[in-house]
Design a protein around this ligand. Structure first.
Ligand SMILES: Cc1cc2nc3c(=O)[nH]c(=O)nc-3n(C[C@H](O)[C@H](O)[C@H](O)COP(=O)(O)O)c2cc1C
Length: 232
């Protein structure tokens, strides 16, 4: 890993960064209204409605979500993953390699948080709860549903290991594509599907006058959801 000292940008450069950010205040635009009185009893229904509205508004990668995990030392980590499903049991589904840092963190601490942000609507959704690993057949099916290129990338595995040279990855990917052409049913051994069983889901609707609306659902006994407003 390269180790270079920061450039001597100094105060002028810092000022430029501050000006860049100050010229782009968040939520300073007209955003859709959200009336929590009309919200459904189950957060999944509201999530799916907001996801569809984000997709209709052409939010890029509307199904991308920041997944936060914790390692065995209690240190948090986060990265973006693709949401694969939200099932009717209120579980948010994602997939990756079990040997990746996130896979190892989930093995050590099987709980996570997800944060969606859909800028076109000024909407954030937060989901948190314990994470369950799906059965091997589920992971296999999910892997086989992917494009050949995505499967080839999955076969390379080694996610987040140090890469000595970009050519190493290109060669590994080409090898994996060749292997897949010969054995189309090959499945990456570490490919894993996880399900975050939501215990709390919060919907946040931004408003340019700071009247942001926050609605939080909590899962209680017998999967009954209660909900209430939060101060913005
Ligand atoms: C839009 C987007 C979608 C992504 N989807 C996934 C995904 O579904 N699974 C995955 O393992 N990595 C995905 N990544 C890459 C991850 O952000 C991350 O780089 C990788 O999983 C390694 O994370 P880790 O080192 O924390 O395990 C995605 C990245 C972006 C920007």
């Amino acid at each position: 890993m390269r180790n270079e000292r920061d450039g001597a940008g100094g105060a002028g450069e810092e000022e430029a960064v501050r000006r860049l950010l100050a010229a782009r205040p968040v939520m300073a635009r007209d955003l859709p209204p959200f009336d929590p009185a009309g919200a459904p009893g189950d957060p999944r229904a509201l999530f799916v409605a907001w996801l569809a509205e984000a997709a209709d508004a052409d939010v890029l990668d509307a199904g991308a979500v920041t997944l936060s995990t914790t390692d065995g030392d209690g240190l948090p980590d986060a990265r973006v993953v693709a949401l694969r499903d939200v099932d009717t049991r209120g579980r948010w589904v994602f997939a990756s390699d079990e040997g990746s840092p996130k896979g190892r963190q989930l093995a050590a601490v099987p709980a996570a948080a997800m944060t969606f942000y859909w800028p076109a609507q000024g909407r954030q959704v937060r989901v948190r709860g314990p994470v369950e690993r799906a059965a091997g057949e589920v992971a296999e099916q999910e892997f086989m549903s992917r494009s050949p290129l995505s499967r080839a990338a999955g076969l390379v595995a080694r996610q987040s290991e140090p890469l000595a040279s970009p050519g190493d990855f290109a060669r590994a990917l080409a090898d994996a594509r060749q292997r897949l052409a010969e054995h189309p049913g090959e499945i990456a051994p570490g490919h894993t599907v996880w399900r975050l069983r939501a215990t709390a889901v919060e919907f946040w609707q931004g408003e340019k006058g700071r009247g942001h609306v926050r609605l939080r659902y909590e899962r209680g006994e017998a999967d009954h959801w209660s909900r209430g407003l939060l101060w913005p």
